[in-house]
Design a protein around this ligand. Structure first.
Ligand SMILES: Cc1cc2nc3c(=O)[nH]c(=O)nc-3n(C[C@H](O)[C@H](O)[C@H](O)COP(=O)(O)O)c2cc1C
Length: 180
């Protein structure tokens, strides 16, 4: 199974989640081939070789970072060719979360899902029975809050990274069931 995890991260929180998701995949299915790439260094053709595509972004003003959107828009030619149809997709997001209402994390995840669904991909969510869901899960994917209640950066917690690992394991297990 080949996995591409394409993400944007300015300050490292989303990148930590990307690495945790990869670790969760490897712990569940050790032979998984995983490529981690910043969205800015990812070309549309990089998506072609993956069975599983995972997109991650910080929340920026209630939606995805422009670097992620740029990759998505540049991949429109793949839509013309139905080239991503049937691949498995998963998403993860980190946000400051000021105000306790998520700061747009769910909207951001839904935006990433919309892209996968446009391509005819199969989207894998984060079921609430999965280990870690209560700390770092939203039904749409893995979420980590990096801000504190004063709206200042505080970093993401170990339990949120555990949730991201768990989401990675879940994603690869679903993909294995689908493709094997
Ligand atoms: C330009 C900008 C806009 C942001 N907008 C939001 C927002 O709308 N909602 C939110 O929860 N956090 C927002 N944040 C906070 C980031 O999403 C948060 O710090 C995130 O964890 C950063 O991830 P990174 O360390 O991978 O860059 C914003 C940060 C920046 C730089």
């Amino acid at each position: 199974m080949k996995v591409l995890i394409a993400y944007h991260s300015d300050y490292g929180s989303t990148e930590k989640m990307a690495k945790a998701i990869a670790a969760g995949m490897r712990s569940s299915v050790p032979e998984t081939q995983i490529e981690l790439k910043q969205a800015g260094n990812t070309a549309p053709n990089d998506l072609l070789g993956a069975d599983v595509i995972v997109f991650g972004t910080p929340v920026h003003m209630g939606s995805m970072a422009w670097q992620m959107k740029k990759l998505i828009d540049e991949s429109a030619s793949l839509w013309m060719e139905n080239a991503l149809q049937g691949k498995v997709g998963g998403v993860f997001v980190s946000g400051g979360g000021f105000g306790g209402a998520g700061g747009g994390a769910e909207l951001t995840m839904a935006g990433l899902h919309a892209n996968f669904l446009e391509h005819g991909m199969l989207v894998v969510g984060f079921p609430k029975s999965t280990l870690g869901y209560a700390e770092g899960g939203l039904h749409w994917g893995a979420y980590a809050r990096s801000g504190n209640h004063e709206g200042m950066p505080a970093g993401i917690s170990d339990s949120q990274l555990t949730a991201a690992r768990s989401y990675g394991a879940h994603l690869i297990e679903v993909a294995e069931r689908l493709f094997d």
